[in-house]
Design a protein around this ligand. Structure first.
Ligand code: G4P
Length: 507
């Protein structure tokens, strides 16, 4: 039996309309579950730590959440990726827990930097992508130009599934190629009220464009889409609710059900009886007085039942999971089972780490949850030197959680932290103070990026002898080359062809 789960994320540049689209998708699904809401009840709501304040002040969500809804017998798990310009490894890792993605593009702007970055992460894992060109109710760029931009910039085949009938002031609705109907704006706010018009009556230029598009671009091909080589393109307006039904129906019909996950040489399929999953995210305590954390586990196989014992790979002994947070229930009632594709929130006190596998028999180890080379490196400066021990503990904890990466240089005593987004730095300082009572500052470091080194023990040792000033160890004790520039990386790679300088590290 194929699964009725569709686990996906939305990737976009800030302001493209991800939030608006999410709302519309949830509305279509009826019942809504927000991980943040579930956790923010009662005590936790009254005592939020400082980094939660950062979230509030900046009006952004640092932490991802899970939203689950059902429609026509299909269960959709939408994993939120933070929409802010600064993004963290959290965002990247969330994409390792989905089976497909929707790429939202602003019709006036086309492909923007963050869309592109997130797309590249999807491509690494061949995540299939459905494209939604949003805001066609506003003046946008010519439709052909947008499609060609997606194709050229992302090196991806595009297959339009419909066409906007005019844009901006001329906007008359969205044509759907499959049904040959138009959804038209109605009423004072000119929203889509759900009635499709079969009397096409298209302006001549639009009819011509639509015809050209249908012959000029490749037809939809399921296999090419599932391999990540082709993206079907839908047009619409999240704000006016145009094209959203087509989009959600497309996810139900073509988006892949839970995929097998790599575990070393093996692949674990959803059909396997043994319950297994991996932690892709840890959300720390909302309440600084308690060290509670929620670990988000993506279910890969089996049927999880409340109270079940699973062994985390990082711990080696089984833990009973008595109070999992499950996001897929239609209402607030706590559900008792979860299956492949679902996400479970597991409360813990720091025993579960990002990248951990949880399984019944403790034999599976999922691979492919990488660390990413940081793009921002800073030296940590302790204001009170007697707090060195606390600082080390805090940095180790926070790097386990995936908030930052920490590097301990071979020479010199100042530790270096690395992040991929500026915001992580603020979160770090706020949490050091709130949770560890450590006052620290950050100062510039001479390095701009880092690469994990691998090769034969001998080669690594030789490299070490000559490059101690540029070497550090990460939390797990693996060698990292600290580079002053990308040029530095290339230079060393050329000089040391037997070593690999890797921008990612498998956890
Ligand atoms: P994001 O999560 O991707 O950052 O984007 P968000 O949904 O917050 O949308 C960004 C802005 O774009 C919002 O306007 C939103 O109303 C608008 N928007 C989203 N979808 C559409 C659409 O289909 N058509 C049009 N015309 N606008 C759209 P804002 O000015 O930031 O907020 P508001 O004051 O309009 O609420």
């Amino acid at each position: 039996m194929t699964s009725n789960r569709r686990t996906f994320a939305i990737i976009s540049h800030p302001d493209a309309g991800k939030t608006t689209l999410t709302e519309k998708l949830l509305l279509q699904g009826g019942a809504i579950h927000l991980a943040g809401e579930v956790k923010a009840r009662g005590q936790a709501r009254r005592a939020r730590s400082d980094w939660m304040k950062i979230e509030q002040q900046r009006g952004i969500s640092v932490t991802s959440s899970v939203m689950t809804f059902e429609r026509n017998g299909v269960t959709f798990n939408l994993l939120d990726t933070p929409g802010h310009e600064d993004f963290s490894e959290d965002t990247y890792r969330t994409l390792t827990a989905v089976d497909s993605a929707i790429m939202v593009i602003d019709a006036a702007k086309g492909i923007e930097p963050q869309t592109r970055k997130l797309f590249e992460v999807c491509r690494l894992r061949s995540v299939p992508i459905i494209t939604f060109i949003n805001k066609v109710d506003r003046e946008g760029r010519p439709t052909f130009e947008l499609l060609d931009e997606v194709a050229d910039m992302l090196a991806l085949d595009v297959s339009p599934q419909g066409w906007p009938v005019g844009m901006g002031g001329q906007f008359q609705g969205v044509l759907d190629f499959a049904s040959n109907t138009v959804s038209r704006p109605e009423g004072p706010s000119r929203e889509f009220l759900g009635k499709r018009d079969e009397n096409l009556d298209l302006p001549e230029d639009i009819a011509e464009e639509a015809e050209l598009a249908q012959v000029g671009y490749p037809e939809f091909d399921l296999e090419a889409y599932r391999n990540g080589d082709l993206t079907p393109v839908y047009f619409g307006s999240a704000l006016k609710n145009f094209g959203v039904t087509e989009l959600i129906e497309a996810i139900a019909e073509i988006a892949p059900p839970p995929r097998p996950q790599p575990a070393g040489e093996e692949e674990i399929t959803p059909e396997r009886d043994e319950v297994s999953g991996f932690i892709f995210k840890v959300q720390a305590n909302m309440d600084p007085q308690h060290r509670d954390r929620i670990a988000f586990m993506r279910m890969v196989s089996g049927t999880f039942k409340r109270g079940m014992k699973l062994t985390p790979s990082g711990l080696g002994k089984p833990i009973a999971i008595h109070s999992p947070i499950m996001f897929f229930a239609q209402d607030r009632e706590i559900a008792d089972t979860a299956e492949a594709g679902d996400i479970i929130g597991i409360p813990n006190h720091g025993t579960l780490r990002v990248g951990d596998t949880l399984s019944e028999k403790n034999q599976i180890r999922f691979t492919g949850l990488p660390n990413f080379a940081p793009e921002i490196l800073r030296r940590v400066q302790l204001r009170d030197p007697t707090k060195t021990k606390q600082l080390r503990k805090a940095l180790d904890d926070l790097s386990e959680e995936g908030v930052i990466q920490v590097f301990y240089p071979e020479i010199g005593a100042q530790w270096i932290i690395g992040v991929v987004g500026q915001l992580q730095l603020e979160v770090l300082i706020a949490r050091l103070e709130a949770e560890y009572k450590v006052e620290a500052g950050l100062e510039a470091s001479p390095f701009s990026t880092a690469r994990w080194i691998s090769g034969s023990a001998e080669d690594v040792q030789t490299f070490e002898q000559f490059n101690r000033a540029n070497l550090a160890k990460d939390r797990e004790g693996d060698w990292v080359f600290m580079a002053k520039s990308p040029w530095d990386v290339n230079y060393q790679q050329e000089k040391n062809p037997s070593l690999t300088f890797s921008a990612t590290k498998e956890r």
